[in-house]
Design a binder for this molecule. Sequence first.
Ligand SMILES: C[S@@+](CC[C@H](N)C(=O)[O-])C[C@H]1O[C@@H](n2cnc3c(N)ncnc32)[C@H](O)[C@@H]1O
Length: 233
Amino acid sequence: MLLFKRTFSELIFRRFILKHHSSNLLLDMNIEAKKDTLAYIKANMVDAPYFEKHPQLVKYVLGQIDAPGLHLEFGVGRGKSMRWIASAVEGVVHGFDSFEGIQEHWNGNPIGAFAQKQVPKVPDNVELHVGYFDATVPGFLESHSDTIAFLHVDCDLYSSTVTIFELLGDRLRAGSVILFDEYYNFHRWQQHEFKAFQEFVEKSGLAYEYIAYSVTGQQAAVRVLGNPLDESG
Ligand SMILES: C[S@@+](CC[C@H](N)C(=O)[O-])C[C@H]1O[C@@H](n2cnc3c(N)ncnc32)[C@H](O)[C@@H]1O
């Protein structure tokens, strides 16, 4: 019996601990990312409310908008977050996506990940702008002169987030709310949406405060307090 027990526990050890954990870096990468995230939260976000459930976070954040203007989502994908947003917003929500998936390898996902075979079904108050951001946004801005009330950044990539802030940065004003879907809490989070936003803040002098964050996912939201690029008066 003792012999069986030892053999059995050794089997468990070899199959599950040695094979799946001791040499698997994923767990340690996530733990490291989580520790860095917690340090960032403690240093920068402690006063903001936190959420465990993603839909509740989105709903709360939409209620914090304190500026008139456009509601925009960058990265519509399957349309899951767009359906949450559109159901809580009275006017039009504009969604931007190539639907071809990510153009660069990101966080273990290959080029083309999140591509859609067809444009997703979205509520009636959604207008989709299909194509790469740098191709669709300039024309959109020519025909829409409003500032931004709500900006949902869910395109994962540093380069795509840079494009968003380059093209739309001057449309953010005090009271605008930005929700990031992949801000932190994953391997090398400091190199993606977070980095693009922090670089924009540095360059533009944008003032902001954190208004909500997720303790189970990667989301964080900010409200703009002032934007030197804003000329809307
Ligand atoms: C994670 S998915 C979005 C998920 C979506 N919000 C949902 O709830 O289903 C990221 C999306 O960003 C899009 N994307 C990333 N960079 C882009 C760019 N520069 N131009 C257009 N679409 C882009 C991809 O095509 C992909 O559909």
